[in-house]
Write a protein that binds this ligand. Structure first.
Ligand SMILES: Nc1ncnc2c1ncn2[C@@H]1O[C@H](COP(=O)(O)OP(=O)(O)O)[C@@H](O)[C@H]1O
Ligand SMILES: [Mg+2]
Length: 279
């Protein structure tokens, strides 16, 4: 990954970076009878170091929006900018964490070599240096003792921790996550939430999390935006002004947490009568 070396140069100028989605629309199958209007004129800004969660009903265009933000697919209209620069391909300073972590790990590589993949092609990075670097990130996710195992020898939650370690070992400025915790059990999910919060406190990356899990959004994010059903627009923004560090148990019992959860669920449940802007 020759691009990875550019991460260092982008890291150096850590000024007032932010990610801007400007008037993004996306239709699939344009011009055909089966045209699907997924996203309708969404404008969104993410500040440097901010944790933004995007929630919305299934099929509303969350993954599409995130892939557009990542430069993985082109919008039908609108522009994505990182530090003012229009994005037309995935920038090296962004990392995308997919929902299907099982697919994102290489089954033929050991855990440490999966993590090392993110950095081993950096200029001047020897194989030993790549392993040392990767070991630090495996330690952070509590998997140092599993470095020489293969992904299939780990549980789903452990595999997702390996994927998180690999994503963060690239030292991204922006981490984009598409429902990354949806396929692990409920307890593991709570552990992963705490882990991501902890890692963000240490690494200070900007995060965008797409999820249909309201609790997860409120627990992790600084701000939650709600998308309507297709063709989706942003219907509301919530500021999750809960103190940090947030605790897996007590934060979820905080009256402010419960209030936010209530308001978000109410909005999402109302989707059939009024949430859709009716375009
Ligand atoms: N490549 C594609 N071709 C055609 N339609 C697509 C494609 N990708 C997504 N869609 C459609 O766009 C809508 C939004 O999809 P998606 O972004 O995956 O929603 P979400 O992640 O919110 O569940 C859905 O109706 C989906 O069927
Ligand atoms: Mg999706």
């Amino acid at each position: 990954m020759a691009e990875s070396s550019r991460i260092h140069s982008t890291k150096a100028k850590k000024l007032s970076s932010h990610l801007r989605l400007e008037n993004i629309s996306k239709s699939f199958g344009v011009g055909s009878a089966a045209e699907t209007r997924a996203i309708d004129d969404i404008t969104l800004q993410v500040e440097e170091g901010e944790f933004l969660a995007v929630v919305g009903p299934s099929g509303c265009g969350k993954s599409t929006l995130l892939q557009i933000a990542a430069g993985l697919i082109a919008p039908t209209a609108g522009t994505v900018r990182l530090d003012g620069q229009a994005i037309t391909e995935p920038p090296p300073s962004m990392v995308y964490l997919f929902q299907q972590y099982g697919k994102s790990l290489f089954p033929w590589r050991t855990v440490i070599d999966n993590v090392a993949f993110a950095v081993e092609h950096r200029d001047g990075m020897t194989r030993t240096a790549a392993k040392d670097h990767s070991r630090r990130f495996l330690e952070m996710v509590g998997l140092a003792d599993f470095a020489d195992r293969y992904p299939r020898q780990l549980s789903g939650g452990m595999q997702q921790r390996v994927a998180i370690a690999r994503a963060l070992s690239a030292e991204p400025r922006v981490l984009l996550m598409d429902e990354p915790f949806s396929s692990v059990d409920a307890l593991t999910r709570l552990e992963l939430h705490a882990l991501v919060q902890d890692l963000r406190a240490k690494q200070r990356f900007t995060a965008v999390l797409v999820t249909h899990d309201v609790d997860e959004a409120v627990f992790l994010a600084d701000r939650v935006v709600v998308m309507s059903q297709r063709p989706s627009k942003l219907v509301r923004t919530f500021s999750t002004d809960l103190p940090r560090p947030r605790d897996s148990l007590t934060t979820r019992e905080d009256p402010r947490f419960l209030q936010l959860r209530h308001e978000l669920l109410e909005l999402l449940l109302k989707k059939h009568d009024g949430m859709n802007p009716g375009v």
